[in-house]
Write a protein that binds this ligand. Structure first.
Ligand code: ZN
Length: 297
């Protein structure tokens, strides 16, 4: 596989305050009007391609335009059906959507619980409330992790809290944050049911030129879980994607995290490409394709 150039945009929430996707959660996102302005610019300066085009290129069937650009959307939130899909369809564009392989009874992924609680409580209150729920040994882990992330250059209170809850204390945080959602926001199952794309929405998007890829089931940092847990997450994505169409499939590493096991596990489960959050447009490994954050443009 030779190196290739591809500008891949990565989007998450696309919403306005108070719209149907934001639904009073207070979780901010890229305004749909700004998203459309970006598409206007991209369509003028790039050759917009689809996952099928990239797939054909990876298989050596044809090669990409030198200024190829692809749109990707992570996490499978309702924004993608409510706000993104109509805009792409109107412009004759396709998107690649990395949704979670949700199973009956799944609530919110840990990272998303954090978004809801940060929006409701603010970072200082959330940190303090989580601290109150931690056992002494967990508080010790928290303090050490906080010092470690500070020393490695992380200064933002939000990023410090997220790093610790998503990595070092992800197991207790999952339970504690569910309790806090019930206490401060509402019924998690109902919130999750409205927050993520439904199977019907995915089917409609898929029937209208949109592509789907894997993003795990529970969205852990792959470099913080065992190879067995990574295999579980990847297997869940492969099983879910096979209900939509034939592979090979694309994957996006949750939070952009991966380790030495990741690519091989993905290959073994029928994936042919994987996307990181590393900012670059020239790629030498189809399992480490970099992306630019559309929100930061
Ligand atoms: Zn994600």
């Amino acid at each position: 596989m030779s190196a290739f150039s591809l500008t891949t945009l990565m989007y998450h929430y696309v919403r306005d305050p108070g719209d149907r996707a934001e639904a009073g959660s207070g979780i901010p996102g890229l305004a749909p009007a700004r998203f459309e302005a970006q598409l206007e610019y991209l369509a003028q300066h790039y050759t917009m391609i689809t996952w099928s085009d990239l797939q054909a290129d990876l298989l050596g069937q044809h090669s990409l335009a030198p200024n190829a650009c692809m749109l990707t959307f992570d996490d499978g939130t309702c924004d993608h059906y409510i706000n993104v899909f109509p805009i792409l369809r109107k412009r004759g564009l396709s998107g690649l959507f990395f949704a979670l392989a949700r199973q009956p009874g799944d609530g919110l992924a840990l990272g998303h619980k954090i978004h809801f609680l940060l929006a409701r409580l603010g970072v200082d209150d959330l940190r303090e409330t989580v601290w109150d729920h931690l056992k002494p040994a967990q508080r010790q882990i928290y303090t050490q992790a906080e010092a470690h992330y500070r020393a490695s250059g992380e200064k933002s209170a939000v990023e410090l809290l997220k790093s610790i809850l998503q990595r070092d204390l992800s197991v207790p945080a999952d339970t504690i944050l569910s309790e806090l959602i019930a206490e401060h926001i509402g019924d998690e199952a109902q919130i999750a049911g409205e927050y993520y794309l439904t199977s019907a929405q995915i089917a409609e998007m898929s029937a209208n030129g949109m592509h789907f890829g894997g993003h795990g089931r529970r969205h852990p940092w792959f470099d913080w879980v065992s190879a067995a847990e990574q295999a579980d997450e990847i297997g869940a994505s492969a099983a879910w994607l096979r209900t939509i169409g034939p592979g090979p499939f694309p994957f996006a590493y949750p939070y952009g995290g991966y380790n030495a096991d990741s690519a091989q596990l993905l290959r073994a489960h029928g994936f042919s490409a994987a996307f990181t959050t590393v900012v670059r447009v020239r790629h030498s490994d189809p399992f480490l394709i970099g992306r630019l954050d559309g929100e930061g443009l």
